[in-house]
Design a binder for this molecule. Structure first.
Ligand code: 5AD
Ligand code: SF4
Length: 431
């Protein structure tokens, strides 16, 4: 989401005679688009901001700005040089990027600048993002902003504000423009794409996520379509049906479970139980038997017992995830959990539980990859592999990375690849 937002920032700035610099050392303005999801993310941003300060010596006019969720969460405290131990010139929240040029003028006139107003309707729908991956293969399209789910651990509803969806016509137009520019894959992005809802006041029609996904898939059969992220409580049969009917919608779904224990899920305010979640997995597998399923898991949420942790491990085994993002619980100020529950799982227990989860996922990923050995997949080539110029890298429809010998392929080519080996992270094959 931040990557996609940064493309909007680049677009706002380049219409104002600024240009994107490839190196921080050469820039007159440096924006850090920040994440508040865990304390660790914020600490990394603060470290990076500290590192950047030395550039002021060479360029006294340098402007350093903090954008995104940390700007929204910490507001003017980021402008207090003494407390922070460094100077930040601008603080701009995720709904105020149109104001960036004006805020920069304020900074140039010697003031610090801040805009952290959240909006009920800003979607940046009319702004054509400047793609950082020029000549790329795969692009993000933001279809909605904000979140109103208020999962107990999560800061996003506070930093990104109310849910609002973008006009589907602007989404389809952006898809067409990407196709014309040579892109072959789009990922529709939202904090919870299943809440996408657009009401056309003239025609009195309503577009939900399944209808939007279908519209995007129909723009071109050669375009791969993905989406992220889905909330398990909202994933409908209709959506699963649209995925099953269109071969260019990738058979891959990211369905964050967070925990395998119904009691933890209740404390997390996720609004589904373990059984509800497993029922949705069965519905996906019935309609799309080979669908790849990935997830997010939090270890050591408030009050998590050893039995509850074991339930997460058993659910992981039951689903057999292909891939997972795994985190230690990090208490975020102002969230429901911070107000209601003690962050009472000791750090060493959190670490041990996260370790269990990571080890199990590595085994599950390896198992999933081994099942693919001997099969052939249509791979979308992304470019040379990092390790060797004679090898290219691409992805299967299931979003697995494949490396195979280059026979003069270009980024954007579809190549049929037979898998002959694998690790837990990568498939290896031959075309
Ligand atoms: N601590 C740890 N992980 C978190 N996530 C969100 N908030 C927190 C938190 N406070 C994780 C969830 C979410 C992913 C984007 O980040 O798993 O799905
Ligand atoms: Fe956070 Fe829950 Fe919203 Fe995801 S759905 S952004 S975890 S509040």
């Amino acid at each position: 989401m931040n990557f996609s937002d940064s493309e909007i920032v680049a677009s706002v700035m380049t219409t104002q005679e600024y240009e994107v610099s490839q190196k921080a050392e050469l820039a007159d303005v440096i924006f850090l688009n920040t994440c508040s999801i865990r304390d660790h993310a914020e600490q990394r941003v603060l470290n990076r901001l500290r590192e950047l300060q030395h550039l002021r010596k060479k360029n006294p006019r340098l402007v350093i700005g903090v954008l995104g969720c940390m700007a929204e969460r910490l507001k003017s405290t980021l402008l207090e040089d003494d407390k922070l131990g460094m100077r930040i010139d601008m603080v701009v929240g995720p709904d105020a990027y149109r104001e960036l040029p004006q805020l920069l003028l304020d900074v140039e006139s010697g003031q610090k600048a801040i805009n952290v107003l959240l909006s009920a309707d800003e979607t940046y729908a009319d702004i054509a993002p400047v793609r950082y991956t020029e000549g790329g293969v795969s692009a993000f399209i933001s279809i909605m902003r904000g979140c109103e789910n208020f999962c107990a651990y999560c800061v996003v509803p506070f930093t990104r504000g109310k849910e609002r969806s973008r006009d589907p016509r602007t989404i389809v137009n952006e898809t067409r423009q990407l196709l014309e520019a040579g892109y072959r894959e789009v990922t529709l992005l939202g904090q919870n794409v299943n809440s996408y809802a657009w009401r056309n006041s003239q025609s009195e029609t309503h577009t939900g996520f399944s209808a939007l996904l279908e519209k995007v898939a129909l723009t071109d059969p050669g375009l791969r379509v993905r989406f992220a992220t889905s909330h398990p409580k909202d994933i409908s049969d209709e959506l699963i049906d649209v995925m099953a009917r269109h071969t260019n919608i990738c058979p891959s779904i990211h369905l964050p479970v967070q925990s395998g224990s119904s009691s933890v899920l209740e404390r997390m305010n996720r609004k589904y139980s373990r059984e509800d979640y497993l029922e949705r997995i069965r519905a996906i597998r019935r309609a799309i038997p080979d669908c790849a399923i990935s997830t997010d898991i939090i270890a050591g949420f408030c009050g998590e017992t050893d039995e509850e942790h074991q339930e997460t491990l058993s659910l992981m085994n039951e689903v057999g995830y292909d891939f997972a993002f795994m985190f230690k619980y990090s208490e975020r100020p102002g969230t429901l959990a911070a107000k209601k529950y003690a962050d009472d799982v000791p750090e060493d227990v959190k670490t041990r539980r996260l370790d269990d989860i990571i080890k199990l996922q590595q085994a599950l990923s390896l198992k999933s990859n081994r099942r693919d050995v001997g099969k052939s997949f249509e791979v979308l080539v992304e470019g040379p592999s990092k390790r060797s110029p004679e090898v290219v890298m691409g992805r299967t429809p299931h979003n697995k990375v494949v490396v195979f010998p280059d026979k003069g392929y270009q980024a954007g080519d579809y190549v049929n690849v037979r898998i002959n080996d694998c690790s837990s992270a990568t498939l290896k094959g031959e075309s």
